[in-house]
Design a protein around this ligand. Structure first.
Ligand code: AMP
Ligand code: MG
Length: 342
C-alpha cells in the first residue's frame, strides 16, 4: 500500500513538473488590446511574467495620457494651456517631452512645433468640424506660435507659456509612450515583445527564437505593405497624410500635418514618412518634422545626424530610403525604390 502511494506521489510530481516546464517553454505571447491616446494599442510579449508586466505597461501608458492629454481637465498640458503667464509645476515626463520637442524644434528649423495647436484646432482637426480659416485668422494665430518662448525650469520642474500660446504633444507623445512601455518590459526582464501603439511599432528584443521582427510599412493606397523591414530593439514610426484629412468643396485634400511657417496643411508629394530609430520619442518627432521638411531637407538632416533611418513614400509610387536598411528590407515590386547614400 505504502509503495503504491509513493509511486502515485512520484507520478504526480513528475506530471506537474512537466506541466510547469511546458508552460514555461510556451511560445504563445500574452496580449493586451486597449484604447488610449485616441488610438487602439496592442501589446504583445513573451515569457512567464508577460501578462503581469503588460498590465503594468498598459497602466503606465494610460497614466501618461492623463498627464499629457490636451483635452483632459487636470492634465499637465491642460493646466499649462489654461494658465498662461503662470508657472505650472509638472510631472518629469511632461518636462522631458517638452525639452525634447524644443530641441527638435531648433534642429529642424521649427518643423516640429507643439505650439501650432491653435492653428490645427482652427482648421477643425481637433473636433472633426473641418474648415479653411481666413488668411487673416491664420496670420493672427501664427503670431503666438514661437515655441522658443516656452519657459522650462528643469530644477523646479515647471513650465510657463506666454499669453495666447497653447501647446499639444500629439506629434510625439505616442512615441514617448512606446519608450516608457518598452522600458518597463525590459526592466522587468521581458526579452521579447512587440508593441503596436496605433501603428507606431516598438520592438523589445527580437522574436523568442532569436530572429528579427518583420514590420510592414503601410501602402498608402491600401493592400499589401509597400515595405517590410526586419528590426529588433527599436521603434518604427510613421506619419501619413492618409491618417487624417478632409476634402474641401473644391476637391482639394487637406492633411493633418501642418507647416508651422504657413499655418496650412503640408502640400508636398509625400504620402508618409517612416522613421526607424532606437528612441520612439525621436522617431515620432522626426516622422512629423521631416514630413514638413520635405525630401531635400530630410536627407540633409539625416546626413548630419545618421542616428536613424527613414522610408519616405511619395505620390507616384516612389520610395526614398536610407541606404542602411537595404539589406533588412523587402520592397513591394509596385514601387520604384531609391536609396539615399551618406
Ligand atoms: P503625427 O501623426 O505624429 O505626425 O502627428 C500629427 C499630429 O500632430 C497632428 O494630428 C496635429 O495634431 C499635430 N501636428 C500637426 N502638424 C504639426 C507640426 N508641424 N508640429 C507639431 N505638431 C503637429
Ligand atoms: Mg510624429
Amino acid at each position: 500500500m505504502k509503495n503504491k502511494n509513493l509511486k502515485n506521489a512520484v507520478f504526480f510530481t513528475f506530471f506537474f513538473l512537466i506541466l510547469i516546464l511546458a508552460s514555461a517553454c510556451k511560445e504563445e505571447p500574452s496580449t493586451r488590446y486597449f484604447k488610449a491616446m485616441d488610438t487602439f494599442m496592442i501589446l504583445k510579449a513573451y515569457g512567464n511574467k508577460a501578462e503581469t508586466v503588460l498590465a503594468i505597461s498598459e497602466n503606465e501608458i494610460k497614466k501618461l495620457e492623463e498627464t499629457i492629454s490636451v483635452t483632459l481637465d487636470g492634465s499637465d498640458i491642460y493646466e499649462i494651456n489654461n494658465s498662461p503667464e503662470k508657472e505650472i509645476f509638472v510631472q518629469k515626463d511632461t518636462l522631458e517631452i517638452l525639452n525634447f520637442a524644443k530641441s527638435i524644434f531648433e534642429e529642424t528649423d521649427g518643423s516640429l512645433n507643439p505650439a501650432l495647436y491653435p492653428v490645427v484646432h482652427e482648421w477643425g482637426f481637433t473636433s472633426g468640424e473641418y474648415k479653411i480659416p481666413s488668411q487673416e485668422k491664420i496670420n493672427s494665430l501664427l503670431k503666438n506660435t514661437d515655441f522658443l518662448k516656452i519657459q522650462i525650469d528643469e530644477v523646479a520642474c515647471s513650465v510657463k507659456i506666454p499669453d495666447g500660446m497653447k501647446i499639444d504633444l500629439g506629434a510625439l507623445g505616442k512615441g514617448f509612450a512606446g519608450d516608457k512601455a518598452a522600458e518597463i518590459l525590459r526592466k522587468k526582464g521581458i526579452k521579447s515583445a512587440l508593441l503596436d501603439l496605433g501603428g507606431n511599432i516598438q520592438a523589445v528584443g527580437s522574436k523568442p527564437d532569436g530572429s528579427e521582427w518583420k514590420v510592414g510599412v503601410r501602402n498608402p493606397e491600401g493592400g499589401d505593405a509597400c515595405a517590410r523591414i526586419c528590426i529588433k530593439d527599436c521603434a518604427v514610426i510613421t506619419s501619413g497624410g492618409y491618417e487624417r484629412f478632409f476634402v474641401s468643396e473644391d476637391g482639394k485634400t487637406y492633411i493633418h500635418i501642418f507647416d508651422p511657417k504657413t499655418g496650412r496643411p503640408v502640400e508636398n508629394d509625400f504620402e508618409s514618412v517612416t522613421i526607424i530609430s532606437k528612441s520612439g520619442l525621436y522617431a515620432d518627432s522626426l516622422s512629423t518634422a521631416l514630413f514638413v521638411a520635405g525630401l531635400e531637407k530630410a536627407t540633409e538632416f539625416w546626413r548630419k545626424k545618421q542616428n536613424f533611418d527613414f522610408i519616405i513614400i511619395t505620390k507616384g509610387k516612389k520610395i526614398f530610403c536610407t541606404a542602411g536598411i537595404k539589406e533588412k528590407t523587402d520592397f513591394s515590386q509596385e514601387f520604384e525604390v531609391s536609396f539615399v547614400e551618406k
